[in-house]
Design a protein around this ligand. Structure first.
Ligand code: FPP
Length: 214
C-alpha cells in the first residue's frame, strides 16, 4: 500500500493525512475484494523496517491501526471475515496487542473470507524464523520451511499488487511470491479504487500460469 506520503505531498498536506486517506482506501478495498470473491487479502500495513520512520509518523500509524480495529471489527464479525496477522506483533504496545488478540479471537470461527494484516512484518526475518523452527524439528526442506512461515495456514499467494510506481518487493512475502503473478501500477495507494483491483484481477485471469512446467 505504497504512496500515501506522495499523495499528501502532491496536495501540500501532512503525511498523516495521506495515511488517513490510505485507511479509507483499505476500508473501500477490503469491502470490494470481498464482493469480488477474493478469498484472502493480505495488506502490508507496517514493515519491520518502518520503525526507521520518525517517531511522529510511527505514532500516527499506530493510532490509525488502533482506530481501524476499533471501528471496523464489528463489520468483519458481521460479514464472516476472519482476521489474521503476519509479522511479529510482540514489539507493539500492550494496548495494540490486546486489541489484536481480541480481534483475532472474535473472528477465529469465521470462514467467509480472510483479511491478513502484515504488521512489523519482514519476509527475510520470517524465513529465518521458519528455517530455525524447521531445523529444531529435523530436516530443512522447502516443505518444512513453508510449514513454519507466518502464512502456513493460508493458501498459496496468487497475485501480488504494488501501488505507486515502485517495482520491487521490499521484504514482502518473498518466499510466498515464488510463483505469484505480479501487478504494478503507478496509482498511489489512496487513489487505488475497486476498478483498479478489478483491472488487476482481470489481468491475472488472463495470465497463463505454468509453475515451471510446460
Ligand atoms: C506506504 O506509503 C504506506 C505505509 C508505510 C503505511 C500503510 C498504512 C496504512 C495504509 C494505514 C494503516 C493500515 C491499516 C490496515 C489500518 P509511504 O508512506 O511509504 O508513501 P510514500 O512512499 O509516498 O512516502
Amino acid at each position: 500500500m505504497d504512496g500515501n506520503g506522495r499523495w499528501a505531498k502532491k496536495r501540500h498536506l501532512p503525511r498523516a493525512v495521506g495515511h488517513q486517506r490510505g485507511v479509507e482506501a483499505v476500508r473501500t478495498l477490503t469491502r470490494a475484494a470481498r464482493q469480488m470473491g477474493v478469498e484472502v487479502l493480505t495488506l502490508y500495513a507496517f514493515s519491520s523496517e518502518n520503525w526507521k520512520r520518525s517517531e511522529d509518523e510511527v505514532s500516527d500509524l499506530m493510532g490509525l491501526l488502533k482506530r481501524f480495529i476499533r471501528s471496523d471489527l464489528d463489520e468483519f464479525v458481521a460479514n464472516n471475515v476472519r482476521l489474521r496477522i503476519i509479522g511479529d506483533t510482540s514489539a507493539f504496545s500492550p494496548e495494540i496487542v490486546a486489541l489484536i488478540d481480541d480481534a483475532l479471537a472474535r473472528t477465529a470461527a469465521n470462514d467467509g473470507s480472510t483479511l491478513v494484516i502484515a504488521l512489523n512484518y519482514g519476509s527475510q526475518q520470517e524465513i529465518a524464523r521458519a528455517a530455525a523452527a524447521a531445523a529444531e524439528q529435523g530436516a530443512i526442506t522447502p516443505e518444512t520451511i513453508s510449514a513454519h512461515l507466518d502464512t502456513a495456514a493460508l493458501p498459496p499467494l496468487d497475485l501480488l499488487i504494488r501501488t505507486s510506481g515502485e517495482v520491487r518487493l521490499s521484504n514482502f512475502l518473498l518466499w510466498q511470491a515464488a510463483y505469484a503473478e505480479m501487478w504494478f501500477t503507478e496509482v498511489l495507494w489512496p487513489d487505488f479504487t475497486p476498478a483498479h483491483l478489478q483491472d488487476a484481477l482481470d489481468t491475472f485471469a488472463q495470465r497463463e500460469r505454468r509453475f515451471g512446467g510446460r
